[in-house]
Write a protein that binds this ligand. Structure first.
Ligand code: F6P
Length: 320
């Protein structure tokens, strides 16, 4: 019996999703499977938006950000009616397994399908890196590099004009992008949702810099931190008695050509998903520990708490 599998990307796009789609499609076909690309994530499952993929469909995409399958945040899939419709379409198309590529919302959706008896292999892809069961998600490394490049540019103009700059980065409720780009970008302080912000300490740090002629401090604030960018800007302006610039990096953090790490991670995990299906393994949350692919029972993956290296906040300030 030829195995038929479906692949979809869901939630926020992340650089490297295309490399995962390529790996799934080509490994699947070359393992003797039929691979169906599902458009617009779970919405496509509800609408029956599927097409048979061939090797050429995924040509020239390994280096592209975004997702050729398109993605969506689908409210309908959070309802019983929506899930039932998706399951009906999976069964109608006689798909043996679904490979879902996305973040925590996608993982929750995968769990709903598993509860209905569908075999699902999950591949983590979100710039936020907020999935507790694995160390790295696809897209995180690219997003951090994008932020670091922006910080490099802001540092140059800030240095020329003697200006302190507050940079807001994405990450939803997770501080990983802020923390890792702050460390790599040589920021003076980082604010993350997981740790209560100490504004006085940050102001003292900036003032200490000014007292030794360093007038271009860089503060990185994760979007989920406990003080808004506006409030933070006002507090710092007041505290240091000087003007402060604010930059909100926004969606540019989600685009861009994936780094080699994101491409290779996506390729290894995509290939692993196909291997698991070809060997009739149960639903799995696939992960990556920095070097190797890791596997966790999909039903358990969502309950593993995400931890950030909060100790690095102090290191950022020590080295500033
Ligand atoms: O999950 C990725 C992400 O970019 C978050 O960092 C951000 O909070 C969110 O998506 C924004 O999503 P949307 O475009 O749906 O508002």
């Amino acid at each position: 019996m030829i195995k038929r599998i479906g692949v979809l990307t869901s939630g926020g796009d992340a650089p490297g999703m295309n490399a995962a789609i390529r790996a799934v499609t080509r490994k699947g076909i070359r393992t003797g499977m039929e691979v169906y690309g599902i458009g617009h994530g779970y919405k496509g499952l509800i609408d029956g938006d599927m097409r048979l993929m061939n090797i050429a469909h995924v040509g020239d995409i390994i280096h592209r950000g975004g997702t050729v399958l398109k993605t969506a945040r689908c409210e309908e899939f959070k309802t019983d009616k929506g899930i039932d419709k998706a399951v009906e379409n999976i069964n109608k198309a006689k798909l043996d397994s679904i490979i879902t590529i996305g973040g925590d919302g996608t993982l929750k959706g995968a769990l709903e399908l598993v509860k209905k008896g569908i075999n699902v292999q999950f591949i983590p892809a979100t710039i936020d890196n907020d999935l507790g069961y694995c160390a790295y998600s696809i897209g995180f490394d690219t997003a951090v590099n994008t932020v670091v490049n922006a910080v490099n540019g802001i540092r140059e103009t800030g240095m020329s004009h003697d200006k302190t700059t507050i940079i807001e980065v994405m990450g939803r409720n997770c501080g990983d992008i802020a923390l890792m780009s702050g460390l790599a970008g040589g920021a003076d302080a980082v604010l993350i949702p997981e740790v209560k912000s100490d504004i006085d300490k940050i102001i003292d740090k900036i003032k200490e810099g000014i007292s030794r002629q360093k007038k271009n401090s860089i503060i990185i604030r994760a979007e989920g931190a406990d003080i808004s960018t506006e409030e933070l800007t006002e507090e710092i302006k007041k505290g240091i008695g000087e003007d402060v610039r604010t930059v909100i990096l926004g969606y540019l953090q989600r685009g861009g050509s994936p780094t080699a790490l994101d491409r290779n991670m996506a390729t290894l995990m995509g290939s692993e998903a196909v291997r698991l299906i070809s060997e009739d393994k149960p639903s799995t949350a696939i992960g990556f520990d920095g070097q190797n692919v890791t596997l966790v029972d999909l039903k358990k993956a969502d309950n593993i708490e995400n931890k950030v290296r909060a100790d690095l906040l102090e290191l950022v300030m020590t080295l500033a």
